[in-house]
Ligand binder design. Structure first.
Ligand code: CA2
Length: 145
């Protein structure tokens, strides 16, 4: 059976490519999702995508993942990274491997971005590689998890 990956993006990542290109680059979320599907498909895996600006919608999608046969989650939780115990509990509650991705290097930015509630339950964390980090995470999930 093909590896089944869920790519999640949190609040404001729908704005990719439209503002702050110096921080987040010029690729749009549609570009990121298209490339993620291409990379997964080339490796014989399946990938579905979901973005929401709502914490509860992300948590509902995470809960549904288990019964849908998802094998691993790649997530950029956006600003919820630094605030959401609930998102962490949802991810740890379903027991699937998680890779956390940040486009920017959160450790070079404001102090409040240095702590992640997600990293402690993630198999791996990628930050600062721009949108290439999504591809690295997907490659890792397919080859190692
Ligand atoms: O570097 C990342 O990927 C972040 O997860 C992005 C979050 C930020 O709160 C995290 O600290 C780091 C913000 C996403 C907002 O994305 C935008 C994209 C374009 C324009 C405006 C916001």
């Amino acid at each position: 059976m093909a590896t089944n990956i869920l790519l999640l993006n949190g609040p404001n990542l729908n704005l990719l490519g439209s503002r702050e290109p110096e921080v987040y680059g010029s690729a749009t979320l549609a570009d990121v999702e298209h490339e993620a599907k291409r990379v997964a498909s080339a490796a014989g895996a399946q990938l579905s995508c979901f973005q929401s600006n709502h914490e509860g919608a992300l948590i509902d999608r995470i809960h549904a993942a288990k019964s849908e046969g998802i094998d691993a989650i790649v997530i950029n939780p956006g600003g919820l990274t630094h605030t959401s115990v609930a998102l962490r509990d949802a991810l740890s509650g379903i027991g699937l491997p998680v890779v956390e991705v940040h486009i920017s290097n959160i450790h070079r930015r404001e102090d409040f971005r240095h702590h992640s509630y997600i990293s402690g339950i993630a198999a791996g964390v990628i930050c600062g590689l721009g949108v290439d980090g999504y591809r690295v995470a997907i490659d890792f999930v397919i080859k190692k998890l």
